[in-house]
Design a protein around this ligand. Structure first.
Ligand code: ZN
Ligand code: MN
Length: 142
């Protein structure tokens, strides 16, 4: 018997019918660190599946998100970005090209009781803004 692929496993877990389009979306996201938007994913995958609709991308993303297999990042005001890496981590965001890169390090942040507003804090997500290596040079001239 053929070994099941990771995409098949995920589809089964999500209760989604395994279609070549969904397989391609899951394959594109697997290990992807570029934090693509739905449009980016659609553009990449529809090259191989010209008949695919943006709705298929949205539906698949919504299912993954609902099952905790995908993070939806709202750090880019123009469009939501998606991250298949659901472990706690932080992000660097380029203000120019909107590139998002990962910071895989936990910061030991203590919030004093007086600032917690009674919250039990379970996590944090820090966004660092600036200019990426490619945009830095241009930023000097600003
Ligand atoms: Zn940049
Ligand atoms: Mn990330």
């Amino acid at each position: 018997m053929k070994e099941k692929t990771k995409a098949q496993d995920i589809c089964e877990e999500l209760g989604l019918k395994l279609t070549p389009q969904r397989m391609a979306i899951l394959g594109y996201l697997d290990g992807n660190t570029s934090h693509p938007s739905a449009e980016d994913i659609f553009a990449a995958v529809s090259r191989r599946f010209p008949g695919m609709s943006l709705a298929t991308v949205y539906n698949t993303l919504a299912s993954l998100k609902e099952k905790g297999k995908l993070l939806e990042l709202t750090i880019d005001p123009a469009k939501k970005r998606y991250d298949p890496d659901t472990r706690p981590h932080h992000h660097l965001i380029c203000l120019d090209c909107k590139r998002v890169s990962d910071i895989d390090r936990a910061f030991d942040l203590e919030i004093p009781d007086s600032l917690r507003n009674g919250f039990q804090i379970t996590g944090n997500h820090i966004e660092f803004y600036g200019y990426c290596p490619e945009c830095k040079g241009a930023a000097v001239k600003r």
